[in-house]
Every structure is written in C-alpha cells, then in structure tokens.
Design a protein around this ligand. Structure first.
Ligand code: HEM
Length: 491
C-alpha cells in the first residue's frame, strides 16, 4: 500500500540499498553465483534481470557489475576521483610484485607518473607515428614468415607482436628463433595470467595464509610466487640495462625507454617509473594485440565478402606494386571501419580490468560501499543489439554512411582514469597487420580431406580472451603479391 511504499522511500533515503542482484545464501552469500567461465554471459543475464547496475557479495567482497555504457561513464568517468583504484591481490600483487605493473598499480602519484610516461611517448597518433617504420619493417617480416609457413599463423602473430613491442619499449631487435627476451616475456605473461585469474590462490581469499612459511604443508604457492617474482624482476631489469648500456655507448635507437632516459639524471622514483612503465608496455600490449589480430584473421575466414571489399579498396587506392603503409591510412576508410569492427566483434577484455571504489558512494539511489570492485561487462556493451544491429555479424559498414553506429573504441579500451593508455599503438598495430595482410593474401577456410572447415566463434575465458585456436588457409593473391612480400623493402 501507499503507506508502506512511502515508509520504504524514507528508509531508503537514510539507508540506501545495494544494487539488486542474485539473492545468495546465508553465510556463503553469492559464492556459488560468481561465474568462472565466460563470466560476461552470466553478467549479461544479470543485466536483463536486474538492470544496468547489479551487485553480489563474495566472501565479504562487494562486486558491482555494470551492463551499460551510461552506467560506466556516470560512475567511472564522472566520479573518477573515487572509482579508479585497483583490487589488492595478496599473492599476485604483493608477493610476486605485479602491483608495480600499471594495470594493478594503486591509484595515486606513482600511477600518474607511469601514465605521464605513456602519454609523452605513445599518447597520440603523432607520437606513435615515430615508430611507424619499426611497425612497417616488422609487419613486412610477418608477411614473409606467413608466406613461408602459413599453417603457423598464430605463432607468427605472437612473434611479430613481441618483436614490435620490444623494439618500441627498449629498442631491442629480436632474433628469429629462441630470443632470450621474448622467451622470458612469454614466460612472465603466462605466469601473470595464471596468477591474476580470479581465485588463482587460496591466499587471495584468505590473506593471512601469505604469512605462512614456505616449508609449511600446503604453502607450495610461496615457492611458486618467489620464482615468478624473480622472473618478473629479470624482465624489468635485463632490457632496462640493455638500454642503459647502449645509451652509454651512444648506440641506443629511439625507444620508449631511451626517450624517457634522455632527460639526464633521474630521481630514484623517476627511474622506478621508467623501468616499470616500459615493462608494463609489454604486459599491456602483448596479449591484447595478439588476440585482436587473431580475431581479425578469424573474421576474414568467416566473412569472405568483407574481405573482398577490403581488398578491392586496397587495390583501387594502393595498386599492385607496393604494400600499404601508414601514409595511406586516411585514404582507406573501409579498412579503418574494418579495424573498428575487429575491436568490437572479438572483445579482447570482455569484463574489463576491475576498478575499486576508494570511498563510500550513493549512485542512482544505491549504496556502493568503499572497497567495492566494479566490473564492466564490455562484452555486452559491444554486443548490445540496441546499439549494434545483428552484433554477431562482422560488418564494417555499420561504421560508414550517414548514421554510423557507436565507435567501439569508446568502449573496448575501458573507462575513466584507468582507460587504456595504449589505444593509438593498439590501433596502429592492428591497422597495419590488416592492411598489409589483405593486400597480399587471401584468407580462406582450410580444407581437410576435401571438406571445408568452418571455424567456431568461441572466445576463450580469461581476463584477456583469445579466440579459440582455429584453422584457416592463407594463400598469396598472385605472383605479384609473392614478389612484393619477398622484396627487401626500403623503409
Ligand atoms: C586491442 C588492444 C587493446 C585493448 C582492447 C585494450 C583494452 C584495455 C582495457 C579494457 C583496459 C582497462 C581499462 C579500465 O581499467 O577501465 C586496458 C588497460 C591498460 N592497457 Fe590496454 N588494450 C589494448 C592494447 C594495449 C596496448 C597496445 C598497450 C600498451 C602499449 C596497453 C596498455 C594498457 C595498460 C598499461 C593498461 C592499464 C592502465 C591502468 O591501469 O591505468 N593496452 N586496456
């Protein structure tokens, strides 16, 4: 009745409720509701049932799930001063040391320093353009590798992405095989993704276990954490020393690190920021770029009409006698739309990196307690049928014409003060891989025993989601294309 409703309103004003969500159980709360596989699908269901902002509580931790761009902007952008912290991971963050890597760095002065470093070196399209030649040389090498061994596409994507990043971060040119820095970085990235997965260690949920000595039964995670800590330290110091030595010898090429060290004597804190932000560049860029480029190849295998249109544009604008370069970026609108669609269609960080709330807040009448973890369901935002017609279709045309759909770059790179600082580099790498590959290769369905194989669209679980490994066939488009790939480019 009206009386009860009014009483509820008065009560809610004084004690606003948590946002709605699955009811949970006495004592254990929502432990059983927390999804571990493809969490974005469960979060999407919650969005349908409970609205844009939902809430669960898992072992004392409040988790807020956002299912709309508006809610993400209202909270993470507009209230950025209190929605920009990161969760504390007792094992990954503290014991191993990942809390010094930017995605897990607490909000504060050190974060501002790292982000300033990123901004000064790769913060705009113009600053990223300094590395155009590095990207062009390495991507041309990628074409050569694919031509030689097309069935190892996914290994070539990883190798090339690592090569581009190490040249940009430390001016280091990788060896074709068994490169020590690439192997180390690969190992650390693998350890990072294991250690930061939700529920990776019991001690993340029951933090006092961190204090247990290494010899204690069940404390094997401490030995692992020590070994992974050592790998991380090596990844930070070895490439940094490489740059310092080269600078002393006067032979250091342009790189993120050499650029930041050029200013001369640095305080200990500045030196820390340079070392760790350079290594962060690898951590932030590697898996995300690999996953997006693999997603592009998957889309081309499944949507041949899109591929043909893209090739027709390249043929008309560039012709058959040279490879596309960054100089033509603005003359290839269909390729630009295709890159946007690649960023939308395969969502690389489907549930974002969690933000943490540093003060109590009341938002839209809901109580958001200090310490809450805020998760953005980026996957749904990029697949919301009200925003993107037929979202499962790979259709670059949705971004062309008079009424383009929302630019996915305003969603897929996250929100607020923790928005991805590598946007321009990510776009440049994906653009060049797409344009150069389409210029010279046809990407087709593989045929085995006379039967065409249609790959599944089945993104894998993980903070960074990769497309499920798939087969495709890659053939040079013509003998002219082979000659273009094989020639020594003059960059
Ligand atoms: C397609 C490629 C990429 C996608 C989709 C992507 C997406 C994202 C997202 C969603 C976040 C979390 C933002 C938030 O907390 O709201 C993020 C953070 C971050 N990204 Fe990217 N990213 C990509 C490539 C890159 C590249 C190339 C770099 C490095 C050059 C990079 C470096 C980082 C770093 C350092 C953070 C942490 C920022 C912070 O915590 O303040 N990312 N990225």
């Amino acid at each position: 009745c009206v009386g009860v409703y009014l009483l509820k309103q008065v009560f809610n004003k004084k004690n606003p409720p948590y946002p709605p969500g699955p009811p949970g159980w006495p004592l254990i709360g929502n432990v059983l509701d927390m999804p571990h596989i493809k969490a974005w699908l469960t979060f999407t269901e919650w969005g349908k049932q409970y609205g844009d902002i939902s809430h669960i509580k898992v072992l004392g931790q409040h988790i807020i799930v956002l299912n709309s761009v508006k809610a993400a902007m209202d909270m993470l952008d507009n209230k950025g001063t209190i929605y920009s912290d990161r969760p504390v991971l007792p094992v990954g963050g503290e014991l191993i040391g990942y809390k010094n890597v930017m995605p897990l760095l607490p909000y504060g002065d050190r974060l501002r320093r790292y982000r300033k470093n990123f901004h000064s070196v790769i913060g705009t399209r113009a600053t990223v353009a300094i590395y155009s030649q590095v990207e062009e040389v390495e991507t041309h090498r990628f074409l050569k590798r694919v031509l030689a061994k097309p069935d190892q596409l996914q290994a070539h994507v990883r190798h090339t992405t690592g090569a581009v990043i190490l040249r940009i971060s430390h001016g280091y040119e990788v060896k074709e095989n068994d490169d020590p820095f690439v192997d180390l970085a690969d190992r650390v990235m693998n350890e990072w993704s294991l250690a930061t997965a939700p529920g990776a260690f019991m001690a993340d949920v029951v933090p006092f276990l961190v204090k247990v000595p290494e010899w204690f039964p069940g404390a094997g995670f401490k030995r692992l954490a020590r070994e992974w800590h050592d790998d991380l330290e090596e990844l930070i110091f070895a490439p940094y020393k490489f740059v310092v030595d080269q600078m002393a010898a006067g032979t250091a090429p342009e790189s993120f690190t050499s650029n930041l060290l050029r200013d001369g004597s640095l305080s200990a804190e500045d030196e820390h920021s340079v070392k760790w932000s350079a290594a962060t560049l690898y951590a932030g860029a590697f898996d995300t770029t690999v996953s997006t480029i693999n997603g592009f190849f998957l889309a081309m295998t499944l949507f041949p009409d899109v591929q043909k249109k893209a090739q027709a544009e390249i043929d008309a604008v560039i012709g058959p006698d040279r490879l596309p370069s960054f100089a033509e970026q603005d003359s290839l609108p269909y390729i630009e739309a295709l890159v946007k669609e690649a960023l939308r269609w395969h969502s690389v960080i489907p549930t974002g990196f969690p933000h943490c709330v540093s003060e109590d807040d009341i938002h839209d009448g809901y109580y958001i307690p200090k310490g809450s973890m805020v998760v953005t369901n980026i996957w749904f935002m990029l697949n919301d049928p009200e925003r993107y017609a037929n979202p499962s279709q790979f259709n670059p045309e949705r971004f062309l014409g008079k009424e383009p759909e929302t630019d996915p770059r305003t969603i897929c790179f996250g929100f607020g003060r923790r928005i991805c600082p590598g946007i321009h580099l990510a776009e440049a790498s994906v653009w060049l891989s797409a344009a150069m590959s389409l210029a010279v290769f046809d990407i087709l369905k593989a045929v085995e025993n006379g039967i065409e194989i249609t790959p599944e669209v089945d993104p894998l679980s993980g903070t960074i989601s990769h497309p499920k490994p798939f087969k495709c066939s890659i053939e040079p488009r013509s003998s002219r294309a082979i000659a273009l790939i094989e020639q020594d480019a003059n960059y």
